[in-house]
Design a protein around this ligand. Sequence first.
Ligand code: ACM
Ligand code: ZN
Length: 537
Amino acid sequence: MNIIPKPLKVLPAQGKLDLSNVSKVNIDERLNECQTLISEVFKTRAADGVTIDIKYDSSLKEEGYRLKIATDGIEISASTARGAIWAIQSLRVAGKLDVSGADHKVKCCVIEDEPNYGWRGVLIDEARHFYGIDFIKKIIDLMGMHKLNVLHWHLTDDQGWRIEIKKYPLLTEIGSKRSQSNINGWRGIDGDGIPHSGYYTQEQIKEVVAYALERGISILPEIDMPAHFAAAFAAYPWLACRDIKCEVPWYFGGKVPLSQGIKDWNRTACIGNPETMQFVYDVIDEVCELFPYPFYHIGGDEVPTEEWKKCPKCNELMKREGLKGVNEMHAWFNNKIQSYLKGKGKRLIGWNEVLMGSNLDRTVIAQYWVPITDKNVVKHIKLGGDVIISKHRNFYFDFAYAVYPLRNTYEFTPYISGIKPKHREHVLGVEGAVWTEWIPDAYKLEFLLFPRMGALAEAGWSSGKKDYKEFVSRVRDFEPILDAFDVNYAEEEICIVKSGLMRKARIQKNFFYGDQDIELKENAAIKERKGKRRKDR
Ligand code: ACM
Ligand code: ZN
């Protein structure tokens, strides 16, 4: 079977069933939330065909399901609508129901399935580049087919504020627009001269949240602070330790400001200022109204804490609260937000830099991303804290395939960098991140995300023995589905075929020091040769 992620158990039976021959669907009312997906997947019904019975079974785990495909009909059992949704997605993928002209017959069998990890996420950074509602819905559709259940929506950063906050209208009026975008990768010091802007209204956010929920996906908002906050400073300069006027930065990273003598580019919110703290609470109030998910991502990465050392208000805070240094200050900030979120029934998530202060409330969740080992993560787990794993070499999808091959994601094991099997209960799951500094459009984003999304899904869901070759055969078999959704996925010559050392060195050199798009261009040439054309190109 071509299903990605690979199901826990498939017990084969005699015969085949044509999934285009479904006439009726009966749904237990406790699982009614799978209704939208049923209508979408089984758009057309046979006049005189088989029935799908969707039944409630309390013995099945939260996202688990049993799927019986027999010649006389289909039976789905689940204890939650999400379990039923995953079963429908298995039918959809196995029968290639989105691929017109494909053979929709599937072999009869019983599938018993459940995920290995409860957290299986994808981060899309729309702060660095804004893609818009149609694209984000497309990502949600594709995540659903891979049984990924969290869309981590990175909505604010230095280079753009992309969510409407009614109390602070300048966040989007000013903060969502920048004069141009940095080009040519991390060493590049030029801009493209093209203004970039865009944001989601609160109504649009609600629409996306509802769309995702109907497909079994929760949305985790990330409002990055106290650093990565320059778009907010452009709108309201008083939020920072030094109230100085600035524009929304157009450059990604420090190369441009360092080479051009631009001062004051790496700043942080003034957490010693009660008005800044009130702003933070006000933003949280509005954001939490839009996202029902009981988690909230505060970012918290790469904080230039030197700012706090020089700030009178921050020094006063340190003295008043008896905080020993900037790490404890950062933990104080996180604890304040965590306690505010607790009042709303939510938990705080932050990148692993939030773990540096020993006074931290250990109910916060750390997202482990740094490429090197972080002893603070190990300590956090030992103290009972939970983590989500997004390690660079496995899950940073903004890197070239020659740098982080598909296999890195597929063969991921969480027991790395100090995390041991005995810590299993503290590993909530995995998340793949698409940071978009150098991804101006959906065309490039899709190239980097597919088929990595399949490997990510497998790392989060499947618990059996790994077999990369067998996985690759399912990746190939999945391609017609990606074609049906007009996805610009990486061809096997780029992401699967083992790179020779020469090629690897050439791509890496370009990727880091010159042409960020070298693999993307090679992929386009391969597609051209194969006669594959994307509709919008
Ligand atoms: C990060 O990559 N700064 C979380
Ligand atoms: Zn300050």
